[in-house]
Design a protein around this ligand. Structure first.
Ligand code: PAF
Length: 278
């Protein structure tokens, strides 16, 4: 595996491959876990060259505390990437990624960036758009793999590719869960043992609510909100039922069926995100 710290090194590594070979790309912020590994396995299996990036992107964090606490362990990341057959990893510094004085190409995602995560984390998707746009320009992947845990991010990236006019195919990958149902996330490592033991109740509530898909969104919301409220260690930030394509909220009277339930729960200082299809 070639480790590239600079854009120049990455360009050289990519130039040394055969131009006919397909490139599969997985952008990450490191602190890699089995959820990432499921994307790596697909990128490895479906392409000639598998490229990953490890970069904690400061401009997508609207909370400085969250950025400071974000787990980082490049040696462990390198090992997991190597085990999964990665050919090239790009792991730049912030200064390398965003040289002072160099203008950044920014994108707007309309309604996709103003709801849910966009409303709660102002500027988040602008920051994601900047970094993924830049990475796509550098890597020029045939396919890029993203986890559906960040369902809204996948919709934003699909829109980014349309705006950039590039041929990269976005491959959404199913949420990877622990045996107890908790969606795998780098932030899970920050949970206290007590909260880690309770956290699977989020998915349990969503899963149970999927049995109510033919009921109204109001009823489903009341059920899920009630389940979370029953756990004193959990603080619900939002639970919304929205359309999978536009991400716009479905009216309370409409059935949940065919839509997606999006949830964010705080446990202590850790923000957990999950979703379910109805
Ligand atoms: O999902 C992530 O880890 C990040 O948002 C991404 C896509 C790597 C951009 O920094």
């Amino acid at each position: 595996m070639i480790v590239c710290k600079t854009k120049q090194e990455l360009k050289q590594a990519l130039a040394s491959r055969n131009a006919q070979e397909t490139i599969g790309f997985v952008p990450t912020m490191g602190a890699l876990h089995e959820g990432h590994a499921s994307l790596f396995k697909r990128a490895r299996a479906e392409n000639d060259v598998f490229v990953a990036s490890v970069f904690v992107n400061p401009i997508q964090f609207n909370n400085p505390e969250d950025l400071k606490n974000y787990p980082r362990d490049f040696e462990a990341d390198r090992k997991l990437l190597e085990e999964n057959g990665c050919d090239i990893v790009f792991a730049p510094s912030v200064e390398e990624m965003y040289p002072e004085g160099e203008p950044l190409k920014s994108y707007s995602f309309g309604a996709l960036e103003t709801v849910m995560e966009g409303a709660q984390r102002p500027g988040h998707f602008k920051g994601v758009g900047v970094v993924v746009g830049l990475l796509f320009e550098l890597v020029r992947p045939d396919r890029a793999y993203f986890g559906e845990k960040d369902f809204q991010q996948v919709a934003v990236i699909q829109d980014l590719v349309r705006q950039m006019g590039i041929k990269t195919r976005i491959v959404p990958c199913p949420i990877k869960r622990g045996e107890d149902g908790l969606a795998l996330s780098s932030r899970n490592a920050l949970l206290t043992p007590e909260n880690r033991a309770l956290a699977p109740k989020i998915h349990a509530a969503l899963k149970k609510s999927s049995e109510m898909a033919n009921r109204s969104c109001r009823e489903v919301k009341e059920f899920v909100c009630g389940q979370i409220a029953a756990v004193p260690e959990m603080k619900l930030e939002y639970f919304e039922i929205a359309r999978p394509d536009t991400l716009q909220t479905v009216p309370d009277e409409a059935p949940a069926q065919g839509n997606v339930g999006f949830i964010v729960v705080w446990m202590g200082k850790v923000r957990l995100i999950d979703n379910i299809r109805y």
